[in-house]
Ligand binder design. Structure first.
Ligand SMILES: [Zn+2]
Length: 311
């Protein structure tokens, strides 16, 4: 057993009344992915109803699997950084919080127009400053690149992201960049993280967590691994990866660049076949044949280093 187990990737804020009873609709991860198209009305309500606090449900699932701490973030939907900070303030013994900059559009399926983006980038910078200085948050959560850029050339994407990365660089805080798919519309193109190489190279002091390391897809994993091989500031979390990818990542960039996480959220918490989200990710460590030392890194050491946690 590792000394600690840190959940580095979970979405605490974003639940609504609709997501409280989805056990009959979501049994597998595939059910979660299909939820938006199978139940469009429920999906809309899940995003648009007032957010509710499900900290107790998260703590219960953490306790069931020996998870000591969780670095919590906002989900898609309403809710804001104050809610994240309030949840952390209620459980400072278990939670750390991340800044949300990913949802700056009021339309449920829309993404901002190009003209709106400079303002949104400045808003992101303000949110980062306020999140760190006033709310005590310790990084930037998984976000949609498409909210801040419509470029497809890595050099141009870098230019669009500069204000945000200048702020991250100033505070030396990490950011999570999503890879592969999400259950939400848009942004799939940016799920191939090859474009992150320019950003990571330009900001070597900003830790970048390529979450999900391609989510089990070969071509996306190869892109993620290429970027991580070339940039020592790039990390992976193990969310939804597969044993062969985890093993190859450990052997290529080292277990001290990999974080445990499950993507627990108001939807994923209902997944239970073949196992619930914590058990599935603990099984992944076993299936990848991690050594005791590698397990210590992935379970907590890497997260403690990247987020400079005082445990
Ligand atoms: Zn996530």
């Amino acid at each position: 057993m590792p000394k600690y187990l840190i959940e580095s990737h979970c979405h605490l804020i974003g639940a609504t009344a609709v997501s409280e009873n989805l056990g009959d609709k979501i049994k597998t991860l595939a059910d979660k992915v299909a939820f938006r198209s199978r139940y469009p009305e429920l999906y809309k309500q899940r995003i648009e109803l007032p957010p509710i606090d499900i900290s107790d449900a998260l703590i219960a699932d953490m306790d069931k699997h020996g998870v000591n701490y969780a670095i919590v973030q906002q989900d898609y939907g309403r809710g804001d950084n104050d809610m994240v900070a309030a949840a952390v303030a209620k459980r400072p013994d278990r939670f750390f919080g991340l800044i949300k900059i990913h949802r700056y559009t009021d339309s449920i399926n829309g993404m901002p127009e190009r003209e709106a983006m400079p303002k949104l980038r400045l808003r992101a910078v303000e949110d980062i400053r306020r999140g760190v200085e006033d709310l005590g948050l310790i990084g930037v959560s998984e976000f949609f690149a498409r909210v801040f850029t419509r470029e497809v050339n890595p050099d141009d994407i870098l230019e669009d992201f500069r204000p945000i990365f200048d702020a991250l660089n100033e505070y030396r805080i990490p950011i999570l960049i999503q890879t592969a798919w999400t259950q939400f519309p848009h942004s799939l193109w940016y799920g191939n993280p090859i474009w992150v190489d320019e950003l990571a190279g330009a900001y070597p002091n900003v830790p970048i967590v390529l979450t999900k390391m391609g989510r089990g897809f070969e071509s996306l994993f190869d892109s993620a691994l290429l970027v991580a091989m070339r940039n020592a500031n790039v990390y992976f979390d193990i969310v939804d990866t597969i044993p062969t990818h985890l093993r190859r990542a450990i052997d290529t960039i080292g277990s001290d660049r990999i974080l445990f996480g499950s993507d627990w959220c108001c939807m994923t918490r209902w997944v239970r076949e073949p196992a619930d989200c914590y058990q599935r990710h603990l099984n992944l460590l076993d299936q990848a044949g991690v050594t005791d030392e590698e397990r210590e890194d992935i379970a907590w050491r890497t997260a403690a280093k990247v987020y400079r946690l005082k445990l």
